[in-house]
Design a protein around this ligand. Structure first.
Ligand SMILES: NC(=O)c1ccc[n+]([C@@H]2O[C@H](COP(=O)([O-])OP(=O)(O)OC[C@H]3O[C@@H](n4cnc5c(N)ncnc54)[C@H](OP(=O)(O)O)[C@@H]3O)[C@@H](O)[C@H]2O)c1
Length: 324
């Protein structure tokens, strides 16, 4: 089978496509024919050895996929050949077939295609965990989302609306704001041309946002925190801008607010049942059209460097999919 391989840590152009032996399902595992593998921002880091998980080469990037079960190993009773599934595996999905524990698979509902299904698990899973379990967002509260047109950002716009919040999309271009509004955002702030703190205050009658969802970091976190509401929750999701900001703790005191970490990878290890329940719910909402899982572009494996460069260049809105 064909696999996209990181044979040495480096740039997207260092990736290679190689023929490797087909996998075999071990006990408790299934072999899945990958129809769509979804890329995330962290794939740009993992191939450079700059992510929190540092696999030794050779390995395939892409941590989530959708496909069809081809065979199952000893002891597997809950899945059979032909089942349409999604799965999560930290890294390794950018290849034609994967062998994976069936504990990491969830069946796909009817009415959902492989491309959209492939991108649900991590972006929407992270965001649902963030808003529900970590931010305890309530209907009627105001949610401000940074990086609002990216993978997790778009998920926050859509889930925020579904959970009854008033949603303010914050992004770096008018095109990205328009995209977020199309997906349900009530208001938009272009933080490349407007002062983020002032704009957030203006849109909240100086009260501030109850929940701030921050997957970007860099220069945006502090102005966002400065405009959080009394007893607001600042959700630390990621640092796509590169720099990890240092927040002044006097602001946390003065606002009576909470700065809350969100670590989906650890959550799913610690609470696999909660993760599975969340994923089943998210897939259903997607199949019902309540969540878009918007696909920005689909690339063949050979164009993976182009796909990863588009993510790193901040050009993507929604998800980028590889079709092995
Ligand atoms: N905590 C967790 O469990 C968890 C789970 C999944 C992902 N994450 C993290 O969340 C972040 C976003 O992931 P994603 O897959 O949603 O990424 P994405 O689709 O690439 O979106 C990232 C957004 O960040 C903004 N950005 C600002 N500066 C950037 C830069 N220098 N390069 C790239 N983007 C930049 C861009 O929006 P604008 O142009 O509008 O600013 C972009 O839309 C990443 O740091 C990722 O590691 C964390």
């Amino acid at each position: 089978m064909k696999a996209l391989l990181c044979t040495r840590l480096g740039t997207p152009d260092d990736l290679e496509i190689k023929d490797i032996p087909d996998p075999v399902a071990g006990p408790g595992e299934a072999v899945v024919r990958v129809k769509a593998a979804s890329l995330n921002f962290f794939d740009t880091l993992i191939i450079a050895g700059k992510y929190q998980y540092k696999p030794a080469p050779p390995f395939s990037p892409a941590a989530e996929f959708a496909g069809t079960v081809e065979s199952v190993g000893d002891g597997v009773t809950s899945f059979k050949a032909g089942d349409r599934v999604i799965g999560y595996m930290t890294y390794g999905a950018a290849r034609e077939k994967v062998a994976i524990s069936t504990e990491r698979l969830v069946k796909m509902p009817d009415g959902l295609d492989f491309d959209r299904a492939a991108g649900v698990c991590i972006t929407y899973g992270t965001t649902y965990h963030a808003l529900k379990d970590r931010g305890a967002i309530k209907a009627g509260e105001t949610l401000a989302v940074l990086g609002a047109s990216g993978g997790v950002g778009l998920a926050a716009i859509e889930l925020g609306k579904l959970m009854g919040a008033r949603v303010i999309a914050c992004a770096s271009s008018d095109e990205k704001i328009a995209f977020a509004r199309k997906h349900g955002a009530d208001e938009g702030i272009n933080y490349a041309s407007e002062d983020l703190k002032d704009a957030l205050r203006r849109l909240t009658d100086s009260r501030g946002a109850d929940v701030i969802y921050d997957p970007v970091g860099g220069p945006y976190s502090e102005p966002a925190l400065r405009s959080i509401a009394w007893q607001g929750r600042f959700l630390v999701v990621g640092f796509a801008a590169g720099d990890i900001p240092k927040l002044p703790l006097n602001l946390v005191l003065l606002k009576g607010c909470s700065v809350v970490g969100v670590f989906w990878g650890s959550f799913i290890e610690r609470d696999p049942q909660g993760h599975r329940a969340n994923t089943v719910q998210l897939l259903e909402w997607c199949a019902q059209g309540k969540l878009s899982s918007h696909v920005h572009a689909v690339y063949p494996l050979a164009d993976a460097p182009k796909a990863l460069k588009a993510i790193a260049a901040r050009q993507v809105m929604g998800k980028v999919i590889l079709r092995p």
